[in-house]
Design a protein around this ligand. Sequence first.
Ligand SMILES: [Ca+2]
Ligand SMILES: [Ca+2]
Length: 274
Amino acid sequence: MNVWTCADDPGPRASHVTPVIDINGDGVDELLWGERVISLDDGRELFDYAPDYTGHSDVIIPFLDYKKNEWYLFTCREGDDERPEGNDRVVTFKAGGEKAWADLKKGHMHTAWVANVLPGYGKIVMAMREHFVPDDVGFNHEIDGCFYYDAYTGEKVDFSLPCKGYECVPVDLDGDGYHEFYVHRGELAGTVLDRFGNVIGKLSGWPVRIGKIASAPGEQIMLTDGDEVMLWGDKDAVESPLFKRRYETPYLTFMQKLMATGYNAEGSQVACGV
Ligand SMILES: [Ca+2]
Ligand SMILES: [Ca+2]
């Protein structure tokens, strides 16, 4: 087997999430090690989306343009912004490698998600920015920005919920193709919101997994209070054609199993595009 190494190579340095997806459509899954695409068939690096970037990406999220049947790759980054001009902080690539859009040049982008909330199942991405503040134990993370973009074009979107975007994760509970949100931190922790910000439920607990966990229609929320694990869903959920389209690819189901191992089960990284 041709084993891939990157010892002294320039280029991106991994991510806190590692999607496994057939991003080039040849029937063989790839491992997205940050912005590098590694074949699970023989270990070769097939592609590097960002050879000019030497930091790492906190979140990598593949997402599908349903109308064009084309994949995109959204990433938010940490590191490699020390040069005076900085470096792109939030970037969306087309699957073939072309940069669809990018924004911001400085900062540590720490959490992100992709959700269907605009009319016509339009997608937005949320990216949260932090900066390091030295303190008596080393450094602290302080949040200094939360940004919303049209996922395909990068245009800023005026989207707001009663909570901060980084305090919640998207989940399509009723299966209609639009995301609801579970608030997992902050003053509204435990609240379930629709995409317009209306409160539609109240739960409690820290997310274990979010997404399609059970065979029942729709997506579910698995929570724990430290003692018990609870699974919540919508018993009246009906899966729309678009919802079913999302799950036609093995990606989401596979990631649900992979992330059930417990890696990065925190914050928006729970979602990983699921
Ligand atoms: Ca492939
Ligand atoms: Ca929904």
